[in-house]
Each structure stands twice: as C-alpha cells, then as structure tokens.
Write a protein that binds this ligand. Structure first.
Ligand SMILES: *Cc1c(COP(=O)(O)O)cnc(C)c1O
Length: 451
C-alpha cells in the first residue's frame, strides 16, 4: 500500500490521524495505544507503511542482537559538584543506536562510543519535529546496587509518544533491555560504588532521519539512548549536593515559585499531543519558561481554558493537598483522560503510594480542577500543600503561585516541604536507592566490556 500523503497536517484532527495510521498500517490499532492498552498492542513493527516485497522479513527491535564497540578513549568522570556537572552536557563513554527503515524494520542495535550523529539537512526531524524522548534515572543504591525506577513505564510511554508522531513501533520490553545494556556497561565507572545516593540521567530518543522534505510518514528512523550527568536538585544525601549552586539551594529550601501561564499561552490542548513526550511540546514553551525565570519564578504553571484548569508545572506533574469545605483532606491532580497532561511515572507512583499507604488519611482525586478553586482554598486557609512531581525535579514542594499578578502563598510546614510531599519523597527514595526492596526498583547487573 502506498503511503498516504498528508497535505496539511495542521488541519488534521486526532480522529483523522488515527484513520491515517490505520489505513496506511492496518496491523496497528492506535486506539489501543492508551496507557492501559499498550501491553497488548505491539505485534508487528510497522510492516506495511510502504510497498514491501511480502517475502522480505521485517525485523523487530531485538536487544539480543546488540553489537558492542568499546570506547578506546574514555573520558574522566567529573567530581561531584564540579561545574561540568552543572553544565548538564557531559555524557558517559557509550551510547546505543538502532536504525529503522519501513522496508527492513529494525537493524541490529549498536552499543558504541558516545559521539555525534550524522544527518542530512533534509532530515524529517529537523523540519517536522518527528522526535520523541524519555527521561529516567539510574540510581546507585546504598546497598551498592544499580537500579532503574519502573523502566517498563518509560519504555511503554516512549512507544505511545512515537506512534503519536508517526515514528515506528517497537516492543517496549526490547527498549528496556537496551536501556539496561547501556547502564550495565557505563554504570560501574560513571556511578561508582563509592558514591551511593547518586544518579545518572538517561535519555532514550527517537528521531525520523528520512532524507526527504515531503510531508509524509517517515520511512527511516533512529533510536538512540544516552546517559548524562545531571545535578541533583534535592537536598538529600546525594553526592551531587547543591553547594555548587547557591541560587538553586535557596530555591529548594524555600520551595518552588510558579508563575501561572497567561491567557494567550497554552502548552497543550484537546486533540493535541500534550500527553506525549514529543519535542514539539517543549520548544514552544521555552519563551514562557524564560520569562518566568527572568521574573524570579522557577517554572510555569500551565493553565488551560477560560476556567483556568490547572494542568502541569513546567515539565512536571502538579499536585495540591487541600481540605474540602466538608473537612475531607484530598490529594488532587489533573486527570489523564483528557490527554492534555503527561502520564508521569512519578505522578503514577505518588498516586499509587498515596492510595496504598495514606488510605484513611487522605482521599486521592484525579479530576479537572481550576485556579479559582485553589485561590479559594488559599483564601480560606484550606490549601495544605502543593508540589511538582517528575523525574528531573523529583518531588519539589511549591511555596508560591503567581496568578494574574497576585501571589498565593502556600505553606511548607516541614521547613522546605509539606508533610505529605515529604513522606512520599522519602518512600520513593527508599525504593530508588534500595533501602526498601520493591518491585519498582529494577536491579541492573554490571558488566565489563572486553578489551
Ligand atoms: C517528563 C514529564 C513529566 C514527568 O514525568 P515523569 O515520568 O514523572 O518523569 C511531566 N510532565 C511533562 C510535560 C513531562 O515532559
């Protein structure tokens, strides 16, 4: 079947989009690519996007085919708190790459020296934002082991994001194995046992590298995984403390300050792609983020619609704890069903832990809620705490929200945090750093690359 030309992508609704995918690729049922349905969906890697010789096998993503190429000029690992760490541009010695074409499917993945990619100036990603990514961390536990936190969730979300922007499918279990292969190789050196409580930031990425300016589903893509040094934005026992950046330390101690988005600035909208971790969500938000920073705020609190629904804070999910007028304590966050917000792994984990361990103390509520409701709760002294939750900033208590020129002050009763944010953060850390054994903490065995 010939690919269907997209004449004017800006006019496509999400329903059109589903039809296009289903028409051009009958083995894919995008309707099933919801958060709950992904388990059952990956059968074939986009076998019929273009005319194929039916006898040519289409290869699935297969981590067992991984080819190793050792880096013979490895770098030195920067010291904790060094300026290189804060520059956030140092990656480990290796990366994984894997290419895909619509006619052959996935090639054998490569683990090879970290280095530049080669792209043609016409590459689809450079023009049409055919890019998606993930962010997760590798933790060095206090028991000496390396752990990933719920990497199955990130891998499935990556599939969800990729298929939203016409990038190829893959089995998320294979992506998880590739992530594990990279950190098994670079973990020992870059996250030494002598530095328990530290982490690396992992960035699986997929781009369409089709050498073709036409508006069409890409026929070539590249998956890659890199591991980067990342400073710790929390004040715990992590080796990458905040001493190197006193300004951030001050913010952390005082809690985040959020600037609510203006009426004319929207991050995501119904029928859009706010639920997908695609690059196209982030570039256009940088002006608002920069303005917020210039005015002394840490993040934008993204609102949507005439009633100012609260969606997310920066690239983190957002939670409030309030007491209702009836006296019930509730943990409230925006719902996933509207497909406006990202299905954060941290968000999901906070909700699951709260339901399991704070049952009886508070009620967990996922629903649309508005800035107006938060304003009233603050005025009536019912807003108990607010926090942002995501891999990068972890659990970050919020101390202030500026909404249309007025500052709403939020209590941080435990010094730098509200009590629920503090206890949730502790529970998550215990799992990430191996102080409590839990199925979410996935241990990775370390491996020596042969010389
Ligand atoms: C990545 C991200 C989050 C947080 O997701 P985690 O899986 O918890 O890291 C929340 N919102 C947006 C917009 C994001 O990009």
């Amino acid at each position: 079947m010939a690919p269907i030309a997209i004449q004017n992508a800006s006019e496509l609704t999400s329903t059109d989009f589903k039809q296009i995918i289903t028409k051009s690729n009958p083995s894919v049922t995008t309707m099933k690519l919801t958060n709950t349905g992904i388990e059952n969906t990956v059968e074939k890697t986009a076998p019929s996007i273009t005319d194929n010789d039916p006898t040519t096998p289409i290869n699935e993503l297969d981590a067992s085919k991984l080819i190793f190429e050792r880096n013979n000029s490895p770098k030195a690992v920067p010291e904790p708190n060094s300026p290189e760490l804060w520059a956030q541009n140092v990656c480990t010695d290796h990366m994984i790459t894997c290419s895909w074409t619509s006619s052959a499917g996935w090639s054998a993945p490569y683990l090879k020296p970290y280095g530049p990619l080669s792209l043609m100036p016409t590459a689809s990603v450079l023009h049409y934002a055919t890019e998606c990514f993930e962010g997760l961390k590798l933790y060095r536990g206090y028991d000496g082991k390396l752990r990933l936190f719920r990497p199955d969730r990130n891998s499935r979300r990556m599939l969800n994001s990729a298929t939203r922007i016409a990038l190829p499918e893959f089995d998320p279990k294979e992506l998880q194995k590739l992530i594990e292969a990279l950190v098994a190789t670079d973990g020992e050196k870059w996250l030494p046992k002598s530095r328990p409580g530290s982490f690396l930031y992992l960035r699986p990425t997929m781009i369409a590298n089709d050498n073709h300016l036409g508006m069409r589903r890409p026929n070539e893509a590249l998956l890659y995984i890199i591991a980067c040094l990342f400073p710790s934005f929390d004040t715990g026992r992590g080796t990458a403390g905040l001493d190197a950046n006193p300004a951030l330390r001050e913010k952390e101690r005082l809690g985040l300050k959020l600037l609510a988005s203006k009426e004319d600035t929207v991050r995501a909208w119904p029928g859009g792609f706010g639920f997908a971790k695609v690059g196209a969500n982030y570039g256009p938000s940088l002006i608002a983020h920069g303005e917020a920073n210039a005015r002394g705020f840490d993040q934008v609190l993204w609102l949507l619609g005439n009633e100012c629904d609260i969606t997310e804070a920066g690239a983190s999910n957002f939670f409030v704890v309030w007491r209702t007028r009836e006296g019930k304590v509730q943990l409230v966050t925006a719902p996933l069903g509207d497909k406006i917000i990202l299905d954060g792994v941290t968000r999901r984990s906070v909700l699951e832990l709260a339901r399991e361990r704070l049952n009886g103390q508070l009620e967990v509520v996922e629903r649309r809620y508005t800035m107006c409701e938060v304003e009233e709760a603050v005025e009536e002294g019912r807003l108990l705490e607010a926090f942002a939750a995501g891999t990068a900033y972890f659990i970050a208590p919020v101390a202030k929200i500026n909404f249309r020129g007025t500052d709403l002050e939020i209590s941080t009763s435990e010094g730098d945090s509200g009590k629920y944010a503090a206890v949730l953060k502790t529970w998550l850390k215990e799992i990430m750093y191996g102080q409590k054994q839990h199925e979410w903490g996935v241990v990775v065995e370390e491996r020596q690359l042969d010389a």
